[in-house]
Write a protein that binds this ligand. Structure first.
Ligand code: BTN
Length: 239
């Protein structure tokens, strides 16, 4: 199957579509690939976490050439694309982005993105979307939800098609007009702009007023008139 220029490779079940994409990148390839699975048994999340593979949800990894120095920009494009897909399916719901790349639907996490460097100039953008259900466990770090729980009815395949169309359109905008417009769209939808937030890193916490993101998509935090750039971490809001 092909959607735009994307060659879609479909599996019933894999451990992780990101792992499949990373293996695929070892062959000398050219082009644009999507590895999609109906079921994932060992899905990986950011910062060494796992991603639960519930039935009916969407699990896919995009494999394509992208300038590794622009990883941050790719993060913005992927999260903005997810948000725009959900808004297109229902323009009444509240969709926001939580840095670096979580999409929140009515305040709860509905999708996750794991970007990884692959062979050569290839990158893997692994995306999970809770279409039909969300993992309910007391160990979750944040509230989680699914599209279905918010009365948004779609399927994993339909969502993927919409995602690729909007993603391609955003990449075209980046090529034609640069990053500024996309960054502003991201900032307009980011949760907590102008508010005090805490970023938790491995063994450190940084607190400050969320100002936005810079050209590399690093978080900008203001404290006592100093702006600091944050490269990684988990964001916590005060309210
Ligand atoms: C996160 O929020 O921690 C990122 C989760 C990313 C999950 C997706 S599901 C498809 C792809 N394959 C994986 O193993 N992980 C990503």
């Amino acid at each position: 199957m092909k959607i735009n220029d994307w060659q879609i490779i479909e599996y019933d079940e894999v451990k992780s579509t990101n792992d499949e994409a990373l293996i695929m990148s070892q062959k000398s390839l050219a082009g644009y690939y999507v590895i999609k699975a109906d079921k994932q048994t060992g899905g990986r999340g950011r910062r060494g976490r796992s991603w639960v593979g519930l039935e009916g949800n969407l699990f896919f990894s995009m494999l394509f050439e992208f300038d590794i120095k622009k990883f941050g920009i790719l993060t913005v494009i992927c999260s903005l694309t997810l948000l725009q897909c959900i808004e297109k399916l229902n323009d009444k719901v509240k969709v926001q982005i939580k840095w670096p790349n979580d999409v929140l639907l009515n305040g709860a996490k509905v999708s996750g993105i794991l970007l990884e460097k692959a062979e050569g100039d290839f990158v893997v953008a692994g995306i999970g979307v809770n279409i039909m259900q969300s993992p309910k466990s007391e160990q979750m770090m944040y509230p989680v939800t699914s599209l279905k729980e918010n009365y948004i009815n779609t399927t994993a395949n339909d969502f993927l098609k919409l995602y690729l169309e909007i993603f391609d359109n955003n990449v075209k905008k980046l090529k034609e007009n640069g990053f500024t417009g996309l960054r502003q769209q991201w900032v307009d939808k980011a949760k907590g702009i102008g508010e005090r937030i805490v970023v938790k890193q491995n063994n450190k916490e940084i607190s400050g007023i969320l100002e936005g993101i810079d050209d590399d998509a690093c978080l900008l935090l203001k404290e006592n008139n100093n702006i600091s750039r944050v490269l990684a971490g988990d964001v916590y809001y005060e309210s």
